[in-house]
Write a protein that binds this ligand. Structure first.
Ligand code: SAM
Length: 217
């Protein structure tokens, strides 16, 4: 499905940024398409607080903000990569979207303040299957290195996300087939009583990508 809402202006980012910060790719663009497909649901939700974990260039949270209207909500982002955090700030600025960016591991710096209060959580995680030792970098490798089944960062994030998701909130997650999405969805249902749906799937090269949406039962 083509995205009709304009992609954020990223013209301030160039090759030298993308040596250190994840460059928007098929997974990012599928995420934008899924958010656009969900616009009626998101409008009905009328979120007060939105958070992107691992915002990289800031393309996705900026897109959400322009999709929903810049001033209707508080837009927050986190990343472990300081250059990604500054790229997100710049992308917000370039697109006239106010984003509060926090340099932290997953949600750690904000988890207590945001307890059960985030209405939309976005996460395009490092999902690539890699040796475990590659997980945990704070530079560009953090963009993709997911360890065993590509699940090591995802699995650490799930309980933290459950803590901050508001009672009516939506949590969106990008996965590939190797992440065992069916098992992940069943785990979320049994452990956190979060039900889920596949919003969109697409094959991009060798990657079978899906965008999952979770919400409380
Ligand atoms: C696949 S990239 C996605 C970037 C951007 N959201 C997009 O869709 O284009 C994953 C991002 O997560 C960040 N990241 C990896 N591990 C993280 C962690 N433990 N806490 C916060 N961010 C993390 C990486 O630095 C990277 O920016």
């Amino acid at each position: 499905m083509a995205s009709h809402h304009p992609t954020p202006d990223l013209s301030h980012l160039n090759y030298s940024h993308y040596r250190n910060v994840y460059e928007p790719a098929e997974d990012t663009f599928l995420f934008l398409d899924a958010l656009e497909a969900d616009l009626p649901l998101l409008k009905a939700l009328d979120p007060a607080v939105c958070l992107e974990i691992g915002s990289g260039s800031g393309c996705v949270i900026t897109f959400l903000a322009t999709l929903l209207g810049r001033h209707s909500s508080l837009y927050l982002s986190t990343d472990v990569n300081s250059l990604a955090a500054s790229a997100t700030l710049e992308t917000g600025f370039k697109n006239a979207v106010p984003i509060d960016t926090v340099l932290t591991d997953l949600t750690l710096a904000v988890r207590e303040r945001l307890h059960q209060s985030v209405d939309v959580i976005l996460f395009n995680p490092p999902y690539v299957v890699t040796p475990s030792e590659e997980v945990g970098s704070h530079s560009i490798e953090a963009a993709w290195a997911g360890g065993i089944d590509g699940r090591q960062v995802i699995d650490r994030a799930l309980p933290l996300i459950n803590e901050i998701l508001s009672p009516r909130g939506f949590f969106y997650l990008v996965v590939i087939r190797e992440n065992k999405p069916e098992e992940l969805m069943a785990h979320m249902a049994s452990t956190f009583t979060l039900k889920s749906e596949v919003v969109l799937s697409r094959k991009a090269g060798r990657e079978g990508l899906s965008i999952l949406r979770f919400q409380r039962k």
